[in-house]
Design a binder for this molecule. Sequence first.
Ligand code: GLA
Length: 384
Amino acid sequence: MGTRSIVIVVLAFVVLFMLGCEKSERNGDTKMNITKEAYGKTADGKAVDLYTLTNANGLVAKVTNFGAIVTELWVPDRNGNLGNVVQGYDTLAEYIGCTAYFGAIVGRIGNRTANGKFTLDGVEYTLAKNERGVNHLHGGNVGFNKVVWDAAEVRTADAVAVKLTYLSKDGEEGYPGNLTCNVTLSLTNDDALKIEYQVTTDKPTVHNVTHHGYFNLAGEGSGDILSHEIMIDAASITPVDKDLIPTGELMPVAGTPFDFNKSTAIGARINEENEQLKFGLGYDHNYALNNYDGGLRKVCVLYDPKSGRVMETHTTEPGLQFYSGNFLDGTIKGKGGKAYEHRYALCLETDHFPDSANHPQFPSIVLRPGETYKSTTAYKFLAK
Ligand code: GLA
């Protein structure tokens, strides 16, 4: 072979190599994507969008800036088939009328605050009493789940995300201080729905934001979650009274139907004779998670034996509200008109403990000017 032929062969290899690289780079990138479409308007004329996030593996999360709601989350089963594992609605109008907090960010304070009252620095504050006119629930009459957030698309090497921002004004729903809440909802390339919170205030205040997704790993609307198995890394719960307000104590779970340290089917003990199960109509309790030090750790593993889907919950938070969908009774018709019957989904709300504003012994939910509250939760999906 002459020199010329050698040069041609070498060049041909170089070109082929470069084409190969470009192709694999393109393949790597093709699936990662963010698209935005109009989702409708609120009654006061605010435009709302729906973002579709696709990660490198083809998982899909849909997020709207109304209520910071995750409307769909498509993850693979053990055969690689994608299924939507969160309950929700098809239209914005239905989310506007939603009373069950489907997929939303709830705040300023998730869960119940007793009698809608708390005292901070010697001043008593009264919050909206939107639960039977008695307690404050999930942020009040117009909580974070019912407002339009500012949104920005975020692309990084390992995730696609929407960064949502909401300014909750001083006095809103009775809370003191202008509170700026940033929530970044990411779909990461290691198959997690990651939720990062950053909150600041200009006056001393309280807050306890969380994500209120309704999960069913077999696919939303496909049956109850009683055969899902769950592990929760917690030695105790914060027991409640008949109105679901924490008594302020910690109750060890050992020897009770609340012990999920060993993975157990949700339905295995849900109907046992137990005062706490009676008050909650099933599981509707905050778990005081082990190893709380502000770092991210795995606190819960949910497994659906039918589909093989697994959801790990990782969080920096001290608490996990495990709600087994006890108030669902088929009256709510969700996606495709499907009736969401009793316990068709469950919530795993990572946050500080309920009614913390009234229990100084619980980890504090007070935020002061100059401080930035930061918190991360990741729901990571696998299949086995
Ligand atoms: C939370 C509460 C439940 C219920 C649901 C919403 O999980 O703990 O009691 O209010 O939200 O229906």
